[in-house]
Design a protein around this ligand. Structure first.
Ligand SMILES: [Zn+2]
Length: 84
């Protein structure tokens, strides 16, 4: 199993959906099995997933107007995700 530190590093430096599958699979296995860091990293993954889903819907153009983020809000979220 990969180490907690490797999971933290991978999630800090890239979004999980940008990682190749051979890095994603051991990372998800770790998050599911590790009681130490799993809960925290699951939240990070869920947040990244939310942003990713939103960006996909925005590209397709089917985002409901009432859930539209302003450019400033989106940049804030993106900046927060990129923080180490
Ligand atoms: Zn861990």
């Amino acid at each position: 199993m990969i180490a907690c530190k490797q999971v933290a590093k991978a999630l800090a430096h890239s979004r999980y959906y940008e990682l190749p599958w051979w890095r994603r699979i051991p990372m998800f296995a770790h998050i599911k099995l590790c009681v130490m860091c799993g809960k925290y990293h699951q939240q990070v993954v869920d947040m990244q997933k939310g942003v990713h889903d939103y960006l996909v819907h925005e590209d397709v153009g089917d985002v409901e107007p009432q859930v539209h983020l302003s450019d400033a809000a989106r940049k804030r979220i993106e900046a927060a995700l990129k923080q180490d």
